[in-house]
Design a protein around this ligand. Structure first.
Ligand SMILES: [Zn+2]
Ligand SMILES: [Zn+2]
Length: 286
């Protein structure tokens, strides 16, 4: 793969089990180097299906610590190590991500020890480093790109980050999970690609009815922590983005609502630029 790509590995938002979409994860492939954004359940398998070489991972960026974004963060590192990556992978995310990986290492200690002894592997934690982000900041730089981040509002999940990748003269922004954010509009101004989460509010009531009937607080929590289709369109217009990519689609897998034409219609009310409705394993040339 010579051309630079964005691959949407998983585009379903939320913690429940479903088959329609894998949990959130994306990969930027720049000059055959791999940069992973979020690591929900199934990320390693989705990478394999996308024919991404695990030994080419250079960095991993976690937007926040909700399980749909980190469920397989440890597994991704472990399987990458077991697939022969000798390092070095720089990882970034908000606290307590460092402690979470430490706990994962404790959880897998029995296996890790055996493999180091029997398969002559390097120490597991010699192939990566976890850096915690505590504020809006510059995050990472190498020969291919530089990355910075800002905090975005995501209900009680604090902090949550949006990341901006600068690749030559291209700008690619990942919203992470967020409610409508004026700061994000500024952060994403004139970007080439904005990968934004999206909520179909009609689907929220269906979810509540199925899972927590009558639970108004949970309904409020979902709505306050996420961005509706109309709001995503408004953000993309105000930020003047060239291409809007819809990601973290909620409700995921709804037979009536999780349809490309519905997402597109909802967002295009307020955005007349190019819209790509995200789907798992979708590869986009950048
Ligand atoms: Zn999420
Ligand atoms: Zn979240």
């Amino acid at each position: 793969m010579n051309q630079d790509h964005l691959i949407l590995l998983g585009t379903g938002g939320g913690p429940r089990i479903w088959s329609a979409r894998s949990q959130p994860a994306s990969a930027l492939i720049i000059k055959n180097n791999v940069y992973v954004i979020d690591a929900g359940d199934g990320v390693a398998t989705q990478m394999a299906k996308s024919k991404i070489d695990p030994e080419s991972i250079k960095a991993i960026f976690i937007t926040h610590n909700h399980s749909d974004h980190v469920a397989d963060f440890g597994t991704l590192l472990l399987r990458t190590w077991q697939s022969g990556h000798n390092g070095f992978i720089q990882c970034f995310g908000p606290p307590p991500v460092k402690q979470m990986i430490k706990s994962y290492m404790d959880y897998m200690q029995w296996d890790i020890k055996l493999r180091i002894k029997e398969e002559n592997r390097p120490k597991f934690d010699s192939i990566f480093n976890v850096n915690e982000i505590n504020s809006n900041s510059f995050v990472y730089k190498d020969n291919n790109l530089s990355v910075d981040c800002i905090k975005v509002p995501h209900g009680t999940a604090k902090p949550s980050y949006a990341y901006r990748f600068k690749i030559g003269d291209k700008r690619i922004v990942f919203s992470g999970d967020t409610s409508k954010s004026v700061k994000l509009i500024k952060f994403a101004k004139n970007s080439d690609y904005l990968i934004h989460e999206v909520l179909n509010i009609e689907g929220v009531d269906a979810i509540i009815e199925r899972t927590y009937p009558g639970n108004k607080a949970f309904r409020r929590h979902i709505i306050e922590a996420h961005t509706t289709m109309e709001e995503v369109g408004e953000i993309a217009t105000k930020a003047n983005v060239k291409t809007l990519i819809l990601n973290h689609l909620v409700p995921t897998g709804s037979p009536t609502l999780d349809k490309s034409e519905i997402w597109r219609a909802g967002v295009s009310k307020n955005f007349k630029g190019k819209i790509i409705v995200g789907s798992d394993l979708l590869k986009i040339s950048i």
